[in-house]
Design a protein around this ligand. Structure first.
Ligand code: ARG
Length: 459
């Protein structure tokens, strides 16, 4: 394939170097953004009388034909070209002749690739936002059915205090909501138009950057042409937002894996979202959750790839930057897959409420409430804490739970105990009393659910 730069060169590229240099295998997915950008560019060039109206018409018609043919499968993006930019330009010139050669006036592949990537990542961000929304809706749905489903809340993976399954899920709701906001916020810096930065120094042609900005749907214009072609912060931001979201999904997956083990048995995954074993007939494995947890590593890896690739680059464009694409594409492809799979898993899982309730009955998760009871009777918290510690120790030795201890027994630890202690430590009461904002009480959790629903309504 003839190179764009062939004038200065006496020899063709060696075959292996040619392959090494090319990015078409992975940047061809930006064909539609490349064409969209070129149409905007050429329209502006004609408006500013930098090229003729007739050439513009021919170019646009040619570009639209290429897009149509790629989409119908009639035109296959050939790996013979170096990248998607040279493919589109080469194909255009094949189709319309010399007019095609005017397309690249006042433009460089350096601002072109920055433009294409921004436009492509805008499309991907919108998809990711919808997928996060789906995931949020699925956990809200389950949470709404479980605002009174008591389960033990854990710290150090030790049973700690009573919460509900709905409350626990809404913790993930808040995480994913922040993720959503992070992606939305990053759009402000993503939607900045680099076109017109050209190779690095701008151009001698009287271009109109405001015009392309408007047509391409950007919110701002890069104010320094060197930065315009060198900036990949928007890629880093997306990759780090993806990494944070994956970290949240991974923590969630870890819990799913624990919850569906026989040791917990808090949930059962649907057959349609689980796998079996090739040898052990009894097995039902949470592969989806494990894969989400496992794939988090590659998304972190993509982020590190990008940071490392950029850290030593002098201004302006360097070919190293071609490496941004595979990393960010992998990162967002993986995130999208994981969001979709997690949503399906949550939507179909069965919540085993009785098992949660049973686990909540053990582990003294109402011990804090027992101490609070003594505090309400006038004892300083530290003293109350000590006494209840001794009671727990006594119960453990005698295989009792707090609800089973007789009043006489209670009073042998403190005279302050009366019949109403049983009410104070009844699990449902312990839960219903946690009405502080953000707390476990069904009323509080309902507010949390409403908060998320309200946020989702804004879209
Ligand atoms: N394939 C290149 C990339 O992804 C496009 C830009 C090439 N520019 C250049 N001056 N070689 O970064």
């Amino acid at each position: 394939m003839e190179k764009l730069w062939k004038g200065r060169f006496k020899k063709p590229l060696q075959e292996e170097i040619n392959e090494f240099n090319a990015s078409i295998a992975f940047d061809k997915r930006m064909y539609s953004e490349d064409i969209f950008g070129s149409v905007a560019h050429v329209t502006m060039l004609a408006e500013e009388e930098i090229i003729s109206f007739q050439d513009k018409e021919l170019i646009i018609e040619g570009l639209e034909g290429i897009k149509k043919d790629i989409e119908s499968g009639e035109l296959v993006i050939s790996d013979d070209y170096e990248d998607i930019h040279s493919f589109v330009e080469g194909e255009l010139t094949k189709r319309i002749g010399d007019a095609g050669k005017r397309l690249h006036t006042a433009r460089s592949r350096n601002d072109q690739v920055a433009l294409d990537l921004r436009l492509y990542l805008k499309k991907e961000t919108d998809e990711i936002l919808l997928l996060i929304k789906d995931f949020l809706e699925s956990i809200v749905e389950v949470a709404e059915k479980n605002t009174s489903t008591i389960m033990p809340g854990y710290t150090h993976l030790q049973r700690a205090q009573p919460i509900t399954f709905g409350h626990h899920l809404m913790a993930y709701g808040m995480m994913l909501l922040r993720d959503k906001e992070r992606f939305e916020d990053a759009e402000k810096r993503l939607l900045v138009n680099p076109l017109g930065s050209c190779a690095l120094a701008g151009t001698t042609f009287n271009i109109n950057r405001e015009a392309t900005t408007k047509v391409l749907g950007f919110k701002g214009i890069s104010e320094n042409s060197i930065d315009g072609v060198s900036d990949r912060d928007f890629v880093l931001e997306l990759a780090s937002n993806a990494a944070i979201t994956m970290m949240h999904l991974s923590r969630f997956s870890e819990e799913i894996i624990l919850w569906c083990s026989w040791e917990y048995r808090f949930i059962e995954l649907d057959d349609s979202c689980s796998t079996g074993s090739s040898i052990m007939p009894q097995k039902k494995n949470p592969d989806v959750a494990e894969l989400v947890r496992g794939k988090t590593g590659r998304v972190y890896g993509d982020l590190i790839t990008l940071f490392t690739m950029l850290k030593g680059l002098p201004l302006a464009y360097n070919k190293d930057m071609q490496e941004d694409k595979e990393a960010i594409f992998d990162s967002i492809d993986t995130l999208k897959q994981c969001l979709k799979a997690s949503t399906l898993m949550v939507r179909t899982m069965k919540v085993l409420k009785d098992n949660m309730r049973e686990a909540a009955a053990k582990g003294f998760i109402n011990a804090t409430d027992c101490a609070d009871y003594l505090v309400n009777k006038g004892l300083p918290f530290r003293k109350a804490y000590m006494i209840v510690g001794e009671i727990v120790s006594y119960c453990l030795e005698n295989q009792l739970i707090l609800e089973e201890l007789s009043l006489d027994n209670y009073r042998s630890f403190s005279e302050l105990f009366q019949e109403d202690v049983y009410k104070a430590i009844a699990m449902e009461n312990c839960l219903n009393k946690r009405i502080s904002r953000g707390g476990s009480a069904p009323a509080s959790v309902k507010k949390q659910i409403e908060y998320i629903k309200e946020k989702l309504k804004d879209d």
